[in-house]
Design a protein around this ligand. Sequence first.
Ligand SMILES: Cc1cc2nc3c(=O)[nH]c(=O)nc-3n(C[C@H](O)[C@H](O)[C@H](O)COP(=O)(O)OP(=O)(O)OC[C@H]3O[C@@H](n4cnc5c(N)ncnc54)[C@H](O)[C@@H]3O)c2cc1C
Length: 423
Amino acid sequence: MGKIIIIGGGAAGMMAAVTAGERQEVLLLEKNDRLGKKLFITGKGRCNLTNACEEDRFFRSVVTNSKFMYSAFYAFDNQSTIEFFEKAGLLTKVERGDRVFPASDHSSDVIGIFKTLINRNPNIQVLQNTTVTDILCKDRRVTGVCLKDGRRLYADAVIVATGGVSYPLTGSTGDGYTFAKGLGHTVIAPLPSLVPFELKDDFCKELMGLSLKNVVLSVRSGKKRIFDEQGEMLFTHFGISGPLVLRASAYIHPYLNQEITMYIDLKPALDEQMLDDRLLRDFEKYRNKDFRNALSDLLPVKLINIIVKRSGIDPFKKVNSITRQERIHLINCIKKFEIQFHALRGFDEAIITKGGVCVKEINPSTMESRLVKGLFFAGEVMDVDALTGGFNLQIAWSTGRLAGLSCIEKEDNMEEQTNEYSN
Ligand SMILES: Cc1cc2nc3c(=O)[nH]c(=O)nc-3n(C[C@H](O)[C@H](O)[C@H](O)COP(=O)(O)OP(=O)(O)OC[C@H]3O[C@@H](n4cnc5c(N)ncnc54)[C@H](O)[C@@H]3O)c2cc1C
């Protein structure tokens, strides 16, 4: 029976280990002192482990190389993920946006399931505090790995599940990219994604802590509409963050070398006419007040100063003397509140890495390298990424599962061939 080495004890590596371990001898190597360090912090410690959506939404939510995911997802889809965990004893619940969490709200319970499955299986051996430094290969076939302490471990198949480069303190430091490049693979330049934005505007500090609900964020590069969605966002000391911004970040990468402008519609439920009617009502209510004191019913306090400034209307002007022309300009400031994109925040704050091992060089039906026999990839190390909502972990489960299954099948085929020859 051949041995399978898995590099990386994160979501994809652990799934690959329990799958391959059903039939094969597996050695799971993890550089941290424990398994699933990143998994522990997912979903703010609650682990949004998948999304209970229909399959077309899953594929739409995979932003990069969704077609590559067809085989892996059909072999082990979001329903399979839920069944897998429930069968192993982890109750799950579905929340807003079809996001699936452990019923306990503890990501540690997800890790606990894997620990139990691994400990219970004599086929699986785990080495923690073990860093792989190289993958060994002979005649374009994998033979094993090199460890940091100089040891060499031999295997018939190696699954690279080392993750990306985001949140590097969790152990994902891009080692898989180095291994893949060394073996002739193309690595698409890694970029931070699902990440906050820095703004050029100097009013960020003034707005810091301001949380906006039900606003529309529009992102433009020249005439190109990159993103238009409604949701929640937040001003920080450097720029903007929150669910809406993280989603927008998934689409912005092709435009990073160009000028990017963003607009916030602060009142998307009101069209221009409705907003004008609303302003007239508020101005009537605050008839004898200065303009700067007449917007508190309409806007959050932190925004009033800047909107007043942008409107060009004298802050001390009595509201009853504001002209229609001035109102039109004010409406434009509220419905098209302009902010200037400066940069993405770094990998330290990025939920995922966009880029990675080029999927054209990986067989989507097996996760095996097209360049090196016996070399497999699983999870975020590959150039596949998705929106928030449980989709990235689903990618890790589906590809980890398929890589594990393919190793077993490969071994079975080899055994069959050996039997044929010996008969
Ligand atoms: C803060 C945060 C919250 C998130 N929340 C969610 C969420 O709720 N839902 C969701 O779907 N996704 C979420 N994600 C994304 C998700 O966590 C990742 O997409 C997923 O963990 C990728 O799994 P992976 O197994 O490919 O990589 P990882 O989980 O990064 O695991 C890779 C493992 O490989 C190990 N390793 C690396 N190099 C070596 C080496 N040379 N030798 C030995 N071991 C090595 C690392 O130590 C690590 O343990 C979140 C990410 C972050 C950062």
